[in-house]
Ligand binder design. Structure first.
Ligand code: GCB
Length: 593
């Protein structure tokens, strides 16, 4: 699938804005054919955004089940004889779409795009009605998993991940037009041979493509042609290549051209960063050079918009990341908007790209997330069907993000149960799925504290060890001396595995404005002391190739007695003001005060 793009051969129509919106608590919308006319007693909803916090109605915020979005759209008259596609960048967590009375597509997986050819269901120059049923329900067969419990007070959605289950149309919706014979996909892989760059490309064409021909032209950032090729598959060589590297996101442009009888019928511009990624012993190499990750685990989370993508906030967050000296982030705990990856490509920002497989660990939730008493892997809970859904998520993520030079590592899950035989059986084939989909990037998963070295049975499959640890917070709370000794002992054991170690989470909840002379937990002083302790440990272990603090900013969670208006481990507040720790991190990462 190619991201919608405008050029001389392709045209997009953006469908963001206000849509009609209504909850469907009884789940009757489909049977009552709500798609066949205006939605009953509808309100309005902004796209993109999560619907939860837009109004002030707790029923909307806490709704479990389907909601309906609807709008009408004029199909441009100039699109006669064109292939017309409806593209949704995400619908959390599953959606069914109708064009007028016709169901055209459904998709599951709340953070990945899907599209459908609607040419047969629309008339250029006429108006159509689009209806989207979006369902936020999580089950043991969804990624992420959850369970709906029927209580005397109504349905309650339980889940084992620590962020609010925001839902809706979180990213843009598009209609676009191409020639019926069109470029359908491209896979780009790059390599370096001394000073020469190699760009392997593989273009897919769809439609009745008799007689059509593919050509490609590679240009540098100034628009000068540096290489060209004919045919759908090939390798371009770039002498004296300018590499994509951390801090310097140099991009070439690969223009794909599709011609029939000499006439250009489709073209697509794909950015290309020429770089290599490799793991060598305990080193993580980008272009053959050891790379040390600094940065954060983040969330797509802001006030009012929830998980709705917003370009202004995206720029602001990247501005703060640059200010603090972060060179990387993990898309915890789901694939982020493609705009984030595009930005990272352009600016040399390094990304660990994670699936939405979070909360596959029912031992973890007790007390925090309120859903207890389940076994993680069993025929009734996370089972073979879930594993197949998980595999599809991995394939869809890699299909979407494979061409981003910023992405250097796949994370196939966050903190799953990993200390049991069932976990080993569940994950072994999923690593194969990732490696088959992308043989060029390392693959890992994020390990949880309950599966330390010697107990974890899944890390054997990973190229990189990603560890989330809270020594001095969830254990040895307030006792940083004891925490330091225990943490160093555990890390030393992991280092013996001979793989690079990335600390993907370490953090302490901090209430902004709370101060304490003796650095008590929750104070701004403690957050700094806690981070300092961690850094002393990391600096003593050579295999540690990166540190990503949990979290970039405070974020919304489900309610619970250890969450005060959400998770407060942010180095920035939810509205992006620095806590004292932000300045301390900046001194470490940029050497500036
Ligand atoms: C974790 C999870 C993250 C939580 C964090 C916390 O290990 O990966 O989603 O938010 O801990 O603050 O407890």
């Amino acid at each position: 699938m190619l991201r919608p793009q405008d050029n001389a051969t392709r045209e997009t129509k953006n469908l963001d804005g206000l849509w009609s919106f209504v909850l469907d608590p009884a789940g009757v919308g489909r049977a009552d054919r709500w798609f066949a006319g205006p939605l009953p007693v509808a309100g309005e909803m902004a796209v993109p955004s999560s619907y939860n916090d837009i109004g002030a109605d707790p029923r909307v915020r806490n709704h479990v089940g389907p909601v309906w979005y609807q709008r009408s759209v004029w199909v441009p008259a100039g699109w006669r004889d064109r292939r017309i596609v409806l593209h949704l960048e995400s619908a959390t967590h599953r959606a069914k779409v109708w064009v007028d009375d016709v169901e055209v597509v459904s998709h599951e997986g709340g953070y990945l795009p899907f599209e459908v050819d609607v040419t047969d269901h629309v008339r250029p120059g006429a108006e159509v009605r689009l209806s989207v049923e979006v369902d936020n329900t999580l089950s043991f067969q969804s990624i992420p998993p959850g369970v709906v419990e029927d209580t005397p007070h109504g349905k309650r959605q339980r889940y084992w991940h620590d962020f609010f289950n925001y839902a809706g149309l979180h990213r843009s919706v598009w209609l676009y037009a191409t020639d019926p014979v069109h470029l359908d996909d491209v896979t780009v892989r790059t390599d370096l041979d001394g000073l020469t760059g190699l760009v392997h490309y593989d273009v897919e064409v769809a439609g009745e493509s008799d007689g059509s021909e593919v050509a490609v032209v590679l240009s540098d950032a100034d628009g000068n042609e540096v290489a060209a090729g004919a045919g759908a598959v090939g390798t371009l060589t770039v002498p004296d290549v300018k590499r994509w590297q951390p801090g310097e996101g140099y991009l070439y442009e690969l223009e794909l051209q599709l011609r029939r009888d000499g006439e250009l019928i489709d073209r697509y511009s794909q950015t290309v960063g020429v770089r290599t990624v490799a793991v060598d012993g305990t080193r993580f190499l980008i272009n053959g050079e050891p790379f040390h990750f600094t940065g954060f685990g983040k969330h797509e989370d802001i006030g009012v918009l929830g998980k709705g993508h917003n370009d202004a906030y995206m720029l602001h967050d990247f501005g703060l990341l640059e200010w603090i000296g972060a060179n990387s982030l993990r898309t915890s705990h789901y694939p982020y908007s493609e705009s984030v990856l595009d930005y990272a490509d352009r600016h040399g920002f390094v990304i660990i790209d994670e699936t939405a497989a979070v909360g596959l660990n029912m031992g973890l939730g007790g007390g925090i997330f309120g859903a207890q008493g389940y076994q993680t892997f069993s025929p009734e809970t996370i089972n073979d069907t879930t594993q197949a859904v998980h595999a599809r998520h991995i394939r869809e993520l890699i299909a979407r993000d494979k061409n981003h030079p910023s992405v250097v590592l796949w994370s196939i899950a966050n903190e799953p149960e990993s200390e049991t035989e069932a976990a080993e059986d569940y994950f072994r084939p999923l690593f194969d799925v990732a490696r088959e989909a992308d043989p060029t990037r390392p693959v890992g998963f994020v390990n949880v504290m309950m599966a330390p070295h010697g107990k974890c049975r899944v890390s054997q499959f990973a190229d990189v060890l990603m560890l989330n640890r809270y020594y001095g917070w969830y254990v040895f709370t307030g006792d940083l001396d004891a925490a330091e000794a225990a943490w160093e002992a555990e890390l030393t054991a992991w280092a013996g595995d001979g793989k690079p170690i990335l600390i993907t989470e370490y953090g302490a909840d901090t209430y902004p404005g709370l101060h304490s002379i003796s650095a008590e937990p929750w104070s701004e002083e403690y957050q700094i002391a806690y981070l300092d302790m961690n850094h002393r440990v990391f600096d003593r272990i050579e295999a540690v190739v990166g540190e990503q603090v949990w979290n970039f900013a405070d974020f919304a969670t489900t309610s619970g007695i250890v969450r005060v208006g959400g998770n407060k481990k942010g180095v920035f507040t939810r509205d992006r003001q620095p806590k004292a720790a932000a300045h301390a991190l900046r001194r470490r990462w940029r050497g500036k005060s």
